[in-house]
Design a protein around this ligand. Structure first.
Ligand code: ADP
Ligand code: MG
Length: 334
């Protein structure tokens, strides 16, 4: 990304002679920052919004959270009454009407499945649901083989004209756990902008969307050491873009020396094991969320190759040995 070195400039400039003046300015400006933490979509949502008028900032925050709750109510597979759960229960028997929003996001998810050659797969959950990371439950070989037959995004048939979705066989289920949070924070950015908010950070779990800059300097977003939560292995100055991290340390258990975590290789039905974490930086959080999961499954070599082929997209990968790997647009920084 040729924009990256350019984005460094404010950070460098900031450390120069203007520092005392800027520190004073930022302390005063700090009065207009508004912070909020909430639990939505089963994850920690954090908002940081700048606006001179606190009522505008707070109304923006409420609107974003309400929209995230709405997305969760329609798209969560943890709720039996969500639109997606109702579709999963019936779409193998006949085409089921689908809302434009859900149909649109599933279509987008299927584009990422094609782009990653099936490493990101909206139907991964046919095996994914056999694992319980809290309880340390995993499927035996026979159950896994059986469920794997339902895993293939090509089993999903969307008909945009009729507004329906159908599954080509039994046992298929769609799950948006690898893309819906990114979609929600991307919408959050649009909602804030439409209300005149030009500086904000919205994150949901590992997905972060930055609106504008941090009032005259870039946002600094850290990439965590996957084996030591307190350590940051890379820090990225970012503005007006998204960053998503997928790691093997968020939800996992260990058994017989194997780490079972929540990112599934759709080819084998087992947890993907080549890397420890993948952070993707790009123009839109829906994309960075899906790609962080997909590149995690692809592994460092194929993952970096894919990212290097996508304009405006960069990656920071902590590989299986704990070494840092960068896509070509970031390499020159290190
Ligand atoms: P999180 O922010 O929940 O940690 P990630 O972006 O790291 O999410 O993606 C992991 C989630 O994606 C899993 O919890 C699961 O819901 C879903 N998922 C797991 N494996 C795949 C896959 N191969 N393709 C698509 N989605 C997946
Ligand atoms: Mg993801």
């Amino acid at each position: 990304m040729d924009g990256f070195p350019r984005r460094w400039l404010p950070a460098v400039w900031f450390s120069g002679s203007m520092l005392p003046f800027l520190m004073f300015f930022c302390a005063v400006a700090g009065a207009e920052w508004h912070y909020r933490d909430a639990t939505v979509m089963g994850t920690l949502v954090q908002l940081q919004v700048w606006h001179e008028d606190p009522s505008v900032a707070n109304a923006g925050i409420e609107a974003v959270l309400a929209d995230m709750r709405r997305i969760d109510a329609g798209m969560s597979t943890y709720r039996d009454d969500s639109e997606l759960s109702r579709i999963n229960a019936a779409a193998a028997r006949q085409p089921i009407p689908i809302s434009d929003e859900l149909g649109g996001l599933i279509a987008r998810a299927m584009e990422f499945s094609r782009l990653t050659d099936g490493a990101f797969d909206v139907t991964y959950a046919s095996v994914g649901y056999l694992y319980d990371y809290r309880e340390g439950v995993r499927p035996d070989h026979a159950a896994l083989e059986d469920a794997l037959q339902g895993v293939d995004y090509r089993h999903v048939a969307l008909d945009p004209e009729r507004g329906t979705i159908a599954y080509r066989q039994e046992g298929v289920r769609v799950d948006l756990g690898g893309i819906a949070k990114g979609y929600a924070v991307e919408r959050g950015a649009e909602i804030l902008r439409s209300r005149g908010i030009e500086h904000a950070q919205i994150s949901a779990g590992g997905d972060t969307r930055l609106v504008g800059d941090r009032r005259g300097r870039p946002w600094l977003v850290g990439v965590r050491d996957p084996r030591d939560r307190a350590r940051i292995v890379a820090q990225l100055p970012l503005m007006d873009e998204a960053i998503s991290t997928s790691g093997d340390y968020e939800r996992y258990f260990e058994a017989d020396g194997v780490r079972y975590h929540h990112i599934i290789d759709p080819g084998s039905g087992e947890s993907a094991s080549g890397v420890r974490s993948v952070s993707i930086i790009g123009p839109d959080a829906t994309l960075t969320d899906a790609l962080s999961t997909g590149v995690f499954v692809l592994g460092a070599e194929r993952g970096v190759e894919l990212v290097n082929s996508l304009p405006g997209v960069e990656a920071v990968i902590v590989d299986g040995d704990g070494n840092l790997r960068f896509s070509s647009g970031l390499e020159q920084q290190h």
